[in-house]
Design a protein. Structure first.
Length: 186
């Protein structure tokens, strides 16, 4: 009988401990409107693009952060973005055109790398700097135009995916930003 009582007490104590731990959890949606993350995302501006890849990433970021409403007229945050793209063959071949002797396309990869910095406009404080890269796989054809088009399509896929990663990281930082204080007046 005493073994049953001690087992019950251990079970009760462990259950209370688990409830205490669970009560302390601060789980909330990342884009919760109660914390204003969506409004802060809509108040982000992005630097002017210097390349086609920058333009694709910027356009997708503007769409993702504003919900399709366009760029903010009065931004509270600014993102400086620079991206580069490299295309290469997966198979190391002496043949420069990356096409096998049988005419079968060879596998290749396109890597898009983006470096960004998120700053608060009001005081110029850097909130987040980061570097992300995304790889998109392709089949490199022997035809010149098909090869160029495959690389461009892979760059577009990788750029959109990179924009989604950057948007998620920006949202995490903006969710941690303190709420603006409102001044009450009579």
């Amino acid at each position: 009988m005493s073994f049953d009582r001690s087992l019950r007490r251990i079970g009760l104590v462990s259950c209370l401990a688990m409830l205490t731990v669970l009560a302390g959890c601060q789980v909330r949606p990342l884009y919760s409107e109660a914390h204003g993350t969506g409004e802060r995302l809509a108040a982000v501006s992005f630097s002017q693009p210097k390349s086609r890849i920058d333009q694709v990433i910027r356009n997708h970021l503007i769409f993702l952060t504003s919900g399709g409403a366009g760029e903010s007229k009065h931004p509270a945050y600014d993102v400086k973005l620079a991206a580069t793209s490299t295309a290469s063959s997966i198979i190391d071949d002496e043949d420069d055109d990356n096409v096998s002797t049988t005419g079968v396309p060879l596998p290749g990869r396109v890597q898009v790398e983006g470096v960004y910095t998120l700053t608060r406009v009001s005081d110029g404080q850097v909130l987040k700097s980061g570097k992300r890269e995304v790889v998109s796989l392709i089949d490199v054809s022997g035809q010149g135009f098909a090869k160029l088009r495959a690389i461009r399509d892979a760059e577009n896929r990788a750029a959109r995916e990179l924009a989604e990663f950057i948007r998620a990281e920006i949202a995490i930082v903006l969710a941690r930003e303190p709420q603006p204080q409102t001044a009450w007046q009579k």
